[in-house]
Design a binder for this molecule. Structure first.
Ligand code: ADP
Length: 406
């Protein structure tokens, strides 16, 4: 064989080898494809591949529809909704979010928190959500006359963040008006009420000098009890507005809670006697020290004792106890009144909550006393609770962390 013929034959052999290898390779790839698509050797591979492509197009279209549907729903909701990416830039925002942040439709996407809210507190809430999964707070956007928004942000399991904005401008305005009204009214009621109390006391003293009939004495005693309830109610209303305006600061000092309990018992003993209720105190001599605001803690006790007396049948007793626990001082006020049904026990510490309005008719109150008591106790880092069986009395307790002198 001459050289050119040899080269030609060799090239032919290589070309055939490559073609055979390619054919084998393609055959293997096709077999793989059949296996992936679940098409047998006789099945129509092309039809199966088309079905996959069609399915993918349909899924993309459905996803698009779902997103449009969700955006439509989000626009109907009167709460602002924002979707942020990992960098906290706005990805999506509904109509309400645009309206609350005073933006034209479509202006929010792409903005950073500072650009969207123009408020450092809002930015801080979002940064904190990025650090801690979720965060919330109330912010004022758009200057002093702007909107009050409650901002709640939470990391989404799908990445990024959801932010919900609630416009509470009107709610806060109404709350302020209500609070100012209650505050003014209570102040106005205070003076005439103090005069009624003074007159009742003078009348009680006068009656002792005269030989007045029992009927008259009885009426004056009732006048005293009822005006006592009124004073308590006005004080509670004033406390509520003080708490709501954020002015109810605690002045902490080392306080003997046993002494506070004894003082409350002394103050309310006469009131109890006029209701025909015996007030007993079982408080140890040694000091039970806590870090607290003596006046506020006295108010908690006055409240619990006032309730206990108010709900006690005539002839029964109310007992005030104070004792040192492991790391706290516990004070209890026990009565033999109607008790608090189990279902109401957690709720009576809510504002304005009263168990059964019919049952307490004639012993009316504001339904605020226990809410105020809880606010004060929790402000001391303590807790307050009730144990009661309906029909056999109640024991209200609160615990304040003991003052550490070590
Ligand atoms: P109020 O001004 O009505 O007494 P509180 O907040 O002090 O308001 O109490 C809330 C409700 O809890 C009362 O209306 C009453 O239904 C119930 N309650 C409170 N103390 C007692 C008690 N010692 N015995 C029975 N029920 C009580």
């Amino acid at each position: 064989m001459t050289l050119p013929v040899f080269v030609f034959v060799a090239a032919l052999v290589v070309a055939i080898g490559i073609s055979v290898a390619l054919a084998i390779g393609r055959g293997a790839a096709l077999a793989n494809l059949r296996e992936i698509l679940g098409v047998g050797a006789e099945g129509d591979l092309e039809a199966a591949a088309r079905a996959v492509v069609d399915g993918r197009t349909a899924a993309a279209w459905q996803a698009q529809q779902r997103a449009a549907d969700l955006a439509n729903l989000a626009d109907l909701i009167a709460v602002g909704i924002l979707r942020l990416d990992e960098e906290l830039r706005v990805v999506l925002a509904n109509h309400a979010a645009h309206a609350f942040l005073e933006r034209a439709p479509g202006e929010l996407p792409g903005l950073s928190p500072m650009e969207a809210f123009a408020d450092h507190e809002a930015e801080a809430i979002l940064l904190s959500a990025r650090e801690r999964l979720a965060a919330s707070g109330e912010v004022l956007v758009g200057g002093p006359d702007g909107r009050r928004l409650v901002v709640r942000a939470r990391r989404s399991p799908a990445g990024g963040f959801w932010v919900v904005l609630e416009d509470v401008t009107e709610l806060r305005r109404l709350q302020r008006i209500r609070s100012e009204f209650i505050d003014n009214l209570s102040h106005e009621l205070r003076t005439p009420l103090a005069n009624v109390r003074l007159l009742t006391e003078a009348l009680t003293r006068d009656l002792e000098a005269f030989d007045a009939p029992d009927r008259v004495r009885d009426r004056v005693a009732k006048l005293d009890v009822e005006s006592g309830h009124l004073v308590q109610m006005v004080n509670e209303l004033l406390d509520l507005s003080r708490i709501e305006s954020g002015a109810s600061q605690l002045y902490l000092d080392v306080v003997d809670l046993g002494e506070v309990a004894r003082a409350a018992a002394d103050r309310l003993r006469l009131f109890a006697e006029r209701q025909g209720v015996r007030l007993e105190s079982d408080v140890p001599e040694q000091p039970l020290l806590v870090k607290g605001d003596a006046e506020r803690l006295g108010q908690v006790l006055a409240n619990l004792v006032h309730n206990a007396v108010k709900f006690s049948p005539t002839g029964q007793s109310v007992v005030i106890r104070a004792e040192r626990g492991a790391d706290e001082v516990v004070v209890t006020v026990a009565d033999h009144g109607p008790g608090v049904p189990r279902a109401d026990q957690a709720r009576i510490f809510e504002r304005f909550y009263k168990v059964d309005r019919a049952r307490v008719r004639g012993q009316g109150g504001t339904g605020l006393g226990l809410a105020i008591a809880r606010n004060i106790v929790e402000g001391h880092g303590g807790r307050i609770w009730v144990q009661s069986e309906e029909g056999s009395g109640s024991t209200f307790s609160f615990a304040i962390p003991a003052a550490d002198f070590a």
